[in-house]
Design a protein around this ligand. Sequence first.
Ligand SMILES: NC(=O)c1ccc[n+]([C@@H]2O[C@H](COP(=O)([O-])OP(=O)(O)OC[C@H]3O[C@@H](n4cnc5c(N)ncnc54)[C@H](O)[C@@H]3O)[C@@H](O)[C@H]2O)c1
Ligand SMILES: O=CCCC(=O)O
Length: 496
Amino acid sequence: MPPQSLSDLKRKDLLQSKGYINAEWVSAASGATFDVINPANLEKIATLPEMGREETTAAIRAAHAAFQSYKKTSARQRARMLRKWSDLCLEHADDLALILTLENGKTLTEAKGEVTYAASFLEWFAGEAERVHGEVVPTANLNQRVLTFKQPLGVAACLAPWNFPIAMITRKVGAALAAGCTTVWKPAGETPLSCLAQAVLAQEAGFPKGAINVITTLEKVAEVGQELCESKLVRKLSFTGSTRVGKLLMQQCSQSLKKLSLELGGNSPFLVFDDAKLETAVEACIMAKFRNSGQTCVTANRIFVQSGIHDEFAEALTKRIKELKVGPGTEEGVFVGPLTHDRAVEKAMNHIAGMFDAKKHGGQVILGGEPLKELGGYFLQPTVITNMKTSMMTTREETFAPVLGIYRFDEEEEAIDLANDCDVGLGSFVITENMPRMWRVAEALEVGMVGVNLGLLSACESPFGGVKESGYGREGGTQGIDEYLAVKSMLINVAN
Ligand SMILES: NC(=O)c1ccc[n+]([C@@H]2O[C@H](COP(=O)([O-])OP(=O)(O)OC[C@H]3O[C@@H](n4cnc5c(N)ncnc54)[C@H](O)[C@@H]3O)[C@@H](O)[C@H]2O)c1
Ligand SMILES: O=CCCC(=O)O
């Protein structure tokens, strides 16, 4: 039987119930706490300090003090610590996955996949650390030489979301520490435990006192966020989460003109053309839609299907979705776990049956459409709606749930226009066997990432990020580390 509760952890010290500041596990000065809830059964699994401005300031100061010596470490030293941290993640993958499943809801299989994904960023940035270099630039003035080098920005605030709490923290922190920055982490209040477990492993990997600090908060998130944005000691802020909060953080960072990376909401189009292989289209759609129960920033949100394959695709997809088992992530065979919090269920139900609902506008719910209250947690039936119209709410806003709406189109240009008629542009998927079309469509889509004949856009080697209101900056890839570095140029007089 798979592990079921936190008492099944093999390494008990991975479960921490305090914040982490300057290499010490600390409570909130006020003594306030908040509870972490298992979304599969709504039971309390932990109680953590409700930290605010005071603890955030202390964490920033600790990171700033640590930066003075950490910035002088060699890239090789930093790479070795990152590699060790990566190895520790893989060694304790079962425990990390269990913590993740219990606080986020995703299945143990997916959680293990996320741990491997998280570790891959640490290994990737270990390599990148040693490849940071400047250039010698030819000059018109022969009495001068110009060269550049790159230096760490300073303290980096890393704000992780609840949908991928382990991988999003390593994607940010791995790059920051590789670059020579020190860090303050702010996990989402729903899922702080897996970040704290990562802090335990990072500490074990040898990162010095103050290089890693973790602030835990649920109710005081606005206060903590504001302090991280406004502090002049913080030189970089990286946030993954909603566009609403991303805009707020950008405003708050304007006073200190911090460098920002914002990986915000998406509304990924999934385009199936008549020439697609049916099985490829169905399997890619299952992955793109049902990974993490639809709570992924690149989740396929608008499924555009060409008329010639539309009915066959809708039928095959619905048949396949009926096979997906819904239940707690710790149960064997489950493919779709609960949503992570009650707001997610509410939002999805609004998209299906709210004021601007799909049903009212002529959508046909051909599968699901209701919460699964009898399961005891934040569960929703996997839902398929056909006859989708652009007037519906889910056309404009990502649903972030296992709700799949299918739109019909006739021409390639029409599909591109529909896909681009959107304020955000993060992920996209194109299913076609026609190579010239693949290029045409990929180049025309206003997004940061395109998946062709697959349903997953996640790889540490590939730059991850968006355009439009999906934010800016890239994480992972060769670009990821540059977000934490400043280029300095040096002009040298070589005249005799
Ligand atoms: N891009 C992503 O990976 C991602 C992640 C989470 C949510 N979302 C989108 O956002 C929608 C709403 O989700 P939600 O209800 O959790 O969103 P939200 O806007 O309430 O919060 C999003 C995240 O921002 C943090 N946050 C909230 N207010 C903050 C503040 N003032 N300062 C600093 N951090 C703050 C929260 O801890 C949370 O992690 C989802 O349905 C989805 O569309 C996207
Ligand atoms: O949801 C945000 C990140 C998902 C991913 O990296 O695949």
